[in-house]
Design a protein around this ligand. Sequence first.
Ligand code: SF4
Length: 332
Amino acid sequence: MLTSAKVKKMARALGADLCGIASMERFEGAPKQQDPRYIFPDAKACITLAFRIPRGYLRGIEEGTYFNAYTAMGYGGLNAIYMPVVMREICCFIEDNGFEAAPVPNFYSGSSISFATQQYDPTRSRAVSPDKPSPDVLVDFRVAAFASGLGEFGWSKMFLTPEFGPMQRIVCILTDAPLAPDPIFTGKVCDRCKICVAQCTGCAISKDETESITVAGHKVEWGKFDYIKCSVAYVGGLPEYNPFLQIGADPEKYKDQYSGGAMLDKHMPYPVPFSRPAVEGARGCMRACYAHLEEKGLLKKHFVNRFRKRAPWKLAGEAAALPSDPFNVGKE
Ligand code: SF4
């Protein structure tokens, strides 16, 4: 008989770092366009998997000297390669036990969503019948992780686990196997220090205003979040935090575009292996938050040495938005 314990053991053996299980009733109240029950109406359980981002993937960005590891392996590589491979094996394991397993990968997941507003955009797809949402339903992985008992929302709106703080990526598998759910996490990881607010380069997180939802009868709250500001900063739209930004880049031209848009791509010829580069490296919501949680001893996973050893760097004056010249071409 397939049990939650067997699924979790297999998930860990195959490479997932955390595995929690939610009953589908816990998604009651989700917006129709984000409700996983429309993907698999007969599903009995949502298996949520978290994959840690090894903190060394962010070392080069923390030092300001090597950005590729996080972009290639910590973001796109995890989403597009590693997690789908592990999910496939878990799906096959479940289906070998006689139940169906529908993966919800964290990749190409916004097909019905406007890049500009992050809201459902009716011009991008249409429902196949009036009773259904339009494809693709966009599952909120943070909500799924909360419903599966893996942790809580931080003030930054990042999902925090007691093991890794904000450093993980999340995916789901929906199954008709009647797996027992985990209890909702009622501990505390986020201590509301608001260092994420102070160190977010995009100024995307409010210090005082909040947003909240209810998941499985529990109020979930975070600092009001500006998605566009986050997206522009995320790909390096801020000259002070992007040593690759070229001369002539005018932030005014891309400031309202999701992920900086094509305009930013023209001004930042950075290799893009799987998606736009995450050169900002989550300075506030991930790196500063992690450093704080580690310093306060609030994480279960410990290291011999601290992550943050020096004050975070920031380009200033002429260095900001000057072209990078790694091979000293300008001096020849
Ligand atoms: S930086 Fe502080 S307030 Fe922000 S999410 Fe992390 S623990 Fe919470």
